[in-house]
Design a protein around this ligand. Structure first.
Ligand code: FAD
Ligand code: SIN
Length: 527
């Protein structure tokens, strides 16, 4: 059993921010289920939203966030996060993130994205996440108070129920994690645990999210007794590259922000003005549904995103990653349009937290995409996510340090028990179940929903749940099995949340309840 002051599960923007804020005062362990940079943070393209332009205001950023969130946001949280943005970005710059500078050299270059009424996005060309992840990693690795534990797959929290002196306190005292190097399950204990495991995009067949986005933290928190909220609000990014080989490459919204237009691939018609007066810069739920509608109506494989009318030097310098990636696939974006389709992109719901990042379980905090803080409401405004990671990573750390003496003491925790399981003789079951879930989630719980489709999905997930539980009870854990067990749990939470919402709001659009209700209420599932 290894004991730390605090364990942070996840090494993306939220986890590393929490760790760096804790490290001056406490010993911290940071877990990642693969390499340090395996989360969504490294893949972020567009940037981080903050009020930095002359004429912009916190009020306007709050207003834009609430409009995108279709009134479901918690205003106090939105104000808190928006106000924290400029300082959070300044701290990243101090850590060495080389944000692009404006042409006149007077300040950072701000790009524009959908739903924002001002230029507001600081960025490092179109590879902002890479620059942030590497600056945070460098600082964490250099910090002697931070122990980095890569290749550790968290399985479940160690709670009072796992203590040698059994207790029903509900408190979290650390976790059990599978060590990929040794093949053993380790018990890691701490006085506080910060959950920063990212989203659950891989519950869907098509997603821009990395392979590890299997909702592990959401499922773990649910099993530990925490409430989970707003899981029906799965965000679909309008413009993922359509390519038969490269299946999940994002084309940043900033391409539309800098003048890219969406066109019907056969007629060349620019269709977004037919759907919304903000055209390509409408919030992404509207743009994704418009593309979905064009594709379904005309039986298309994709639509076109075209920025070839802009100066080629401008395009190459603003979008070097996209330019290089696509040129290697035979598409020159300075001369021709990009085939795009919507794909799952962001999990708005998650583990319910308060303004300090506290969950329902004493000793457990959550920050970033794994959480539901009240910031995003029914639809996240572009580039507010990295911002949330930074503000909540810091908030959780601050609260842990302030309330250190009130946090539960760590009891002796029982070791992982493998006495009643054997090695699996049917790995094929895992691949089969995984594929099934992702396919029916895409087809039945996607951009446009109906009650009938959701019920079909519920029926299937109930069957798979029983199968996976049975498998888990009999066989030794592997990373794939851990992820599948979580994926089943999370898919079930998404379907149940979607079934319980009898209206269309933000990202949840159902043909059976097309109107938005008068009262905006969060969906809260209680274990
Ligand atoms: P992540 O960065 O996803 O990190 C999760 C961490 O948890 C990883 O270290 C992983 O190893 C670890 N982990 C997961 N499960 C386990 C487990 N079982 N055991 C141990 N460790 C585990 N947002 C913006 O604001 N601006 C953008 O421009 C932007 N662009 C994006 C582009 C793409 C392609 C994608 C996919 C997302 C984008 N987003 C953007 C969203 C944003 O990147 C993410 O919401 C954010 O990075 C999430 O950070 P996080 O720290 O919560 O989690
Ligand atoms: C993008 O660059 O389009 C993604 C921005 C985001 O997800 O906030």
């Amino acid at each position: 059993m290894s004991d730390y002051d605090i364990i942070v599960i996840g090494s993306g923007a939220a986890g590393l921010t929490a760790a760096l804020n804790l490290a001056p005062h406490r010993k911290v362990a940071v877990l990642a289920k693969g390499a340090l940079g395996g989360g969504a943070t490294e893949w972020a393209q567009g940037g981080i939203a903050a009020v930095l332009e002359e004429g912009d205001s916190f009020d306007a950023h709050v207003q834009d966030t609430m409009i995108a969130g279709a009134g479901l946001n918690n205003r106090e949280v939105v104000e808190h996060v928006v106000a924290g943005a400029p300082a959070a970005i300044a701290r990243l710059a101090e850590l060495g993130v080389p944000f692009n500078i404006d042409d006149d050299g007077a300040g950072w270059h701000l790009t524009r994205e959908g739903g924002h009424s001002h230029r507001r996005i600081v960025h490092v060309a179109d590879a902002t996440g890479w620059a942030i992840q590497h600056a945070l990693e460098k600082a964490a690795v250099a910090n002697p108070s931070i122990t980095i534990l890569t290749d550790r797959v968290a399985i479940d929290f160690a709670t009072g129920r796992h203590a040698s002196d059994f207790s029903t306190s509900g408190a979290v005292h650390g976790l059990y994690a599978f060590n990929r190097g040794t093949g053993e399950v380790e018990t890691l204990t701490a006085r506080a645990t910060v959950l920063a495991t990212g989203g659950a995009g891989r519950a869907y067949l098509y997603s821009t999210a990395p392979r590890g986005a299997t909702g592990d933290g959401i499922a773990m928190a649910w099993r530990a007794g925490c409430r989970i909220s707003n899981m029906e609000f799965m965000q679909f990014h309008p413009t993922c590259l359509y390519n038969l080989v490269v299946k999940n490459f994002l084309i940043t919204e900033a391409v539309r922000g800098e003048g890219g237009v969406l066109k019907h691939p056969e007629t060349g018609h620019r269709f977004m003005p037919d759907y919304d007066e903000r055209a390509e810069l409408a919030p992404r739920d509207i743009v994704a549904r418009a593309i979905d509608s064009e594709i379904k109506r005309d039986g298309l494989d994709y639509v076109h995103l075209d920025i070839s009318h802009k100066n080629p030097d401008f395009v190459r310098s603003h979008f070097p990653t996209i330019y290089d990636k696509l040129i290697a696939l035979g598409i020159d974006i300075t001369k021709e349009p990009i085939p795009v389709v919507p794909a799952q992109h962001y999990t708005c719901g998650g583990v319910l937290v308060d303004i300090d990042g506290r969950t329902d379980a004493p000793g457990l905090y959550a920050a970033g995409e794994v959480s539901q803080s009240g910031l995003h409401g029914a639809n996240r405004l572009a580039s507010n996510s990295l911002l949330e990671c930074l503000v909540y990573g810091e908030a959780a750390a601050r609260h842990i340090l302030k309330c250190w003496d009130e946090l539960p003491e760590t009891p002796a925790i029982r070791a992982w028990d493998e006495s009643r399981v054997t090695d699996s003789d049917e790995e094929v079951v895992i691949q089969q179940c995984w594929g099934e879930i992702r396919r029916f989630m895409w087809n039945f719980v996607g951009i446009v929903r109906t009650t009938k489709r959701l019920e079909r999905a519920k029926h299937r997930i109930d069957l798979l749940r029983r199968e996976v539980q049975d498998y888990y009870a009999h066989f030794r854990v592997t990373p794939d099995l851990i992820e599948l067990r979580n994926l089943v749990e999370v898919a079930d939470l998404i379907i149940r949340s979607a079934l319980s919402r009898h209206e269309s709001r933000g990202l949840h659009y159902t043909l059976d309840y097309p109107e938005t209700g008068a009262i905006a209420d969060d969906t809260i599932l209680v274990p």
